[in-house]
Design a protein around this ligand. Sequence first.
Ligand code: FE2
Length: 321
Amino acid sequence: MSLIALISDVHGNLEALRAVLKDVEEQKADFIYSLGDIVGYGANPRECVDLIKKNCKHSLRGNHEDAVLSEFESLPDYREEAASSILLARRLLQPSWLVSRNLGRQLYLKSLPSNCEEGKAMFVHGSPRDEVHEYLSSGDIIILNLNSLFLPDEMRDAYLDEPEEYEKDMSEAFLKLKENFSIMRDASKDVCFNGHNHVPGILMDVRGRYELVEKARRGRHKIKFLDGREVFADEFVEDYALIHTTSIHDKPFQLGGEKTVVNVGSVGQPRNCDPRASYFLFDEKSREILCRRVTYDIKAAADKIRANGFPNLARRLFEGN
Ligand SMILES: [Fe+2]
């Protein structure tokens, strides 16, 4: 039984990765698992690939690895700035007589699997249903409640204007949650750790495992489980609960037998309005998880991204968005 550090979405941000690796060492984690997207966006894909290869017991493939290794010239699934940053990473990782170590880096990226598992835990970049490309995150529960405090006003207004559009999106979100948690149930997995959307958070399917929910008009809902544990959820809709990591930051969270998806956030491009790097610790013995946020030299990382011609990506590092 080990203490596992779960990192994801490093995205070529060497300063953030070094700071996280230092924190992982201080926390005395036994192993590090990387959940994909080592490259893209940031200025140091080569150095990040080398550090992940050296330090991680398991390393998974993300959609940015797929895009960098793809033989297609254009990347229609990505926004312009993301596509340009992927093309830059592709160039920087191109094997040549000048950078002979790139051959090894490319072979390493090509060798990455799309999942791994340990006991009742599974690890992917995207979701159980689509391990590399599907986003599975807090937004999938928030959308189920049109009155959610976390639903952006402009999104709510747009849905109120077009109720058919809302019905369609809500049905898709329900189906997505149902199918992903069913896959976990069929595979006898209680917890899935993922990344991909850069927003740390905990999603739970608690059906059949709780006896009481005290719904709050504003604030968090109390869920009492059959085994006596109590959990405070930021959102609770139809047996699905959401816990934002701002609620549990640096406080251990006890996993139970309910199906739980833990999005570990992003080391190198965080997007929940907190610019610190995000990662999780998972204690296999106690089954406690801990969300860690780590400060790093954002200016150094942003200056290099700006010098590569991506001022918007550089700005987003400071905003954590
Ligand atoms: Fe990513």
